[in-house]
Design a protein around this ligand. Structure first.
Ligand SMILES: [Zn+2]
Length: 393
């Protein structure tokens, strides 16, 4: 067994508890958290890391990141002729950047030619330290639908069944369907309020997922798209821009989760021009900001479980801070970025909280995020499955 590591004299945020542990410690051994608390006994040969003035928390979880940043690869146009190998390097680059930011798990909801699955195989063999990747392979979209550049185009339930099975055969952990148009459009005339795959088509994907004990999440912006996705039996919604109070209540009652990607839309609207994003995207994002705010308010009021997702536009700290603009406490926002996001990405996940027996995916930051969330950007150490993969100073 590897030598233990004791993170000592830290403020510890477990992700599960509503209060932090002051002057606490976390003992890590063999890839797992062994103990958390004030009086942690460490073996005499444990490496002790003094974390005075620092905060130890679970590694962050981004439930929606295609690992393409804001590069031209992220714009989804199908006329990008670069070979898959080039894309693989781009994905690996952004996976590295996620780890730099303390993101130890990334859920990838749709990738061209299922490159996410191929890149993960190289990570799993140890060629690069990387976040845990939870992959959808190709997103499933209608002909000419949202995200064609990150997915496979299908029409009718039979083609949906085939596409869903193909993703699972390739190693996908979950499936992604496009229930509506979106903000990041490729096709002229696409609109977030347009429904895309219909109930029967999405239900076919859900049936394939259920049979394999996997789940489906739906890109769903407009009211009709959201309604169709909920009727089809998806487990999670992405964006939910026009989510109504009734739909939010339905989600809460049936345990359907939400990855609202609030900062994505805010960032595209406010910083899109500076970032050189397509002007149509900026116009659409500006147009939905207000209704998106109301929809997330509906979700909060109904008690829908929600988690962090960035879509690569801005960092995860932007999204955590965005939650707090709704009156969500910093602690609650951090739980959404750790415990809840982990359970959204991988139901039953053994990561996302710091407790004995859980995977040691850990972030150490300088300062106290409970008083200033931007201290989350002062990354001191990142541990993935008990291995130190980033350390500053
Ligand atoms: Zn996306």
């Amino acid at each position: 067994m590897s030598t233990g590591v004791l993170l000592a004299h830290a403020q510890v945020i477990t992700g599960a508890d509503d209060a932090p542990v002051r002057d606490g410690a976390v003992l890590v051994e063999g890839g797992q958290v062994r103990a958390v608390g004030v009086d942690v006994e460490a073996p005499s040969d444990a490496v002790v890391i003094d974390c005075t003035g620092k905060t130890v928390l679970p590694g962050l979880v981004d439930c929606h990141d295609h690992l393409l940043g804001r590069s031209r690869y992220a714009e989804g146009t199908s006329d990008l002729g670069e070979p898959d190998a080039t894309w693989a390097v781009v994905l690996a680059h952004y996976a590295q950047r996620s780890l730099d930011q303390g993101v130890t798990t990334v859920r990838v909801p749709g990738t061209r030619h299922a490159i996410d699955l191929a890149v993960r195989r190289a990570f799993d063999e140890g060629f690069l330290a990387a976040p845990r990747m939870v992959c959808a392979g190709e997103a499933i979209t209608m002909t000419g639908g949202h995200g064609t550049g990150a997915g496979v185009e299908v029409d009718g339930a039979v083609e949906c069944t085939r596409a869903a099975r193909a993703q699972l055969a390739g190693g996908a952990d979950f499936l992604k369907v496009m229930a509506s148009g979106g903000v990041g459009t490729v096709r002229v005339g696409e609109d977030p309020t347009h429904p895309e795959l219909d109930v029967e088509e999405m239900a076919a994907v859900v049936a394939v997922a259920r049979a394999a004990r996997k789940y489906v999440t739906a890109h769903a912006d407009g009211v009709e798209g959201i309604e169709n996705a909920l009727r089809a039996g998806v487990t999670c919604l992405e964006h939910g821009i026009y989510l109504t109070a009734e739909q939010a209540a339905d989600m809460a009652a049936r345990g359907v989760r939400l990855v609202p990607t609030l900062s994505t839309m805010v960032n595209i609207a406010r910083r899109g021009a500076e970032w050189g994003l397509p002007p149509e995207w900026i116009g659409i994002a500006e147009g939905v900001l207000e209704v998106h705010r109301q929809s997330f308010r509906n979700a909060l009021d109904a008690g829908v479980v929600f988690g962090t997702g960035t879509d690569g536009y801005g960092d995860i700290v932007d999204e955590i801070i965005e939650f707090t603009t709704y009156g969500v406490s910093p602690m609650r926002a951090l739980q959404a970025a750790t415990r809840d996001a982990a359970q959204i990405a991988v139901p039953g996940a053994e990561f996302g909280v710091l407790a004995a027996g859980r995977h040691a995916d850990i972030l150490v930051v300088d300062g106290d995020p409970l008083t200033d969330l931007t201290t989350l950007r002062q990354v001191v150490l990142v541990m993935s499955a008990g291995q130190i993969v980033r350390q500053s100073g």
